[in-house]
Design a protein around this ligand. Structure first.
Ligand SMILES: NC(=O)c1ccc[n+]([C@@H]2O[C@H](COP(=O)([O-])OP(=O)(O)OC[C@H]3O[C@@H](n4cnc5c(N)ncnc54)[C@H](OP(=O)(O)O)[C@@H]3O)[C@@H](O)[C@H]2O)c1
Length: 278
């Protein structure tokens, strides 16, 4: 009970944006998406629509956020690669909501495998293209009528430093994230007349389930990716997204790269052992 009251007080004191709204966060069952959902509930008190395939995780997070912040949370479990499932999940969505659907965070995505182009697994390529690119498009196209109708929409696309600089073995993953970068710019232009903000956030190395997924459950290989330096945490990215969403109506961050302090881009990341003292 005490917890509940203090959480609500925190919400009241830190609310940066008091206009009631609903936000959709894709890929909210883990990593950045789950942390972004937490931040939007905590800092803004937004109602939420959480998506992902692992329904049990979405339901657990939804229950926690509803209980702590008194918001309404809808869970939509579907595979983002399935166009008809995306359309069905959001069919008649506006009638289910208390507040206008104003915010979309396109976060769901993954890397599958790590190999040179000549040795690439074509099934992995299909999964990445279908999820990171086509899935993002399906959700965006399906929700745009609602976002346009809200009057002051904001779409945040989660790209990657991989989309800014290609790296060895990263080929198709990097290409999908370059495409997210390109689409972000295109959306910004096309949606200008509707007053919709469009923001890309491109994180560098962050410790989530990302590497576990990339290496298909090989926990040791996934852990090794983050050895010798302090990577971003999901909460770092969530706070950055929340900051972009907190700005006044006339201000839009179009493109933002965030890395941990030791990383400059996809190639250069100084391990702690190599840091110079002076
Ligand atoms: N971690 C990093 O180093 C890093 C850096 C830059 C960019 N990114 C990007 O950040 C985003 C989030 O990644 P993360 O690091 O938070 O990884 P994560 O912990 O593995 O989370 C990925 C999320 O995407 C969802 N997802 C994946 N495939 C899906 C599908 N077919 N249908 C529906 N949902 C799907 C997952 O949900 P289900 O499995 O429940 O479906 C999960 O919620 C991704 O776009 C990733 O490319 C990550």
């Amino acid at each position: 009970m005490e917890n509940k009251i203090s959480a609500k007080e925190t919400l009241r004191s830190s609310a940066k944006f008091n206009r009631p709204a609903t936000a959709v966060v894709t890929g909210a069952s883990s990593g950045f998406g789950a942390a972004i959902a937490q931040a939007l509930a905590r800092d803004f008190g937004y109602d939420l629509i959480l998506t992902g395939r692992r329904e049990d995780r979405l339901e657990t997070l939804a229950a926690e956020l509803q209980e702590t912040y008194g918001i309404q949370v809808h869970c939509k479990a579907f595979d983002i690669r399935d166009r008809s499932a995306v359309e069905a999940a959001f069919s008649g969505i506006d009638r289910q909501l208390r507040h206008p659907l104003r915010i979309l965070v396109n976060n769901a995505g993954l890397a599958a495998g790590l190999s040179t182009i000549d040795e690439g697994n074509i099934d992995d390529w299909d999964v990445m293209i279908d999820t990171n690119l086509k899935g993002l498009l399906y959700v965006t196209r399906t929700l745009l009528p609602s976002i346009k109708g809200s009057g002051n929409g904001h779409i945040v696309n989660i790209g990657s430093t991989a989309g800014k600089n290609m790296y060895r073995n990263g080929n198709v993953y990097a290409a999908t994230k370059s495409a997210v970068d390109a689409l972000n710019q295109a959306m910004r232009i096309d949606l200008l007349p509707y007053g919709i903000k469009v923001t890309a956030v491109h994180p560098g190395a962050a410790e989530t389930e990302f590497s576990l997924v990339r290496f298909k459950g090989d926990a040791e290989r996934a852990k090794a990716v983050y050895e010798g330096f302090t990577p971003l945490a999901a909460e770092d990215v969530a706070q950055t997204v929340a900051y972009c969403l907190s700005l006044p109506d006339h201000v839009c961050i179009n493109d933002l790269v965030i890395t941990c302090t030791t990383q400059a881009n996809s190639f250069y990341n100084v391990k702690a052992a190599d840091l110079k003292q002076s």
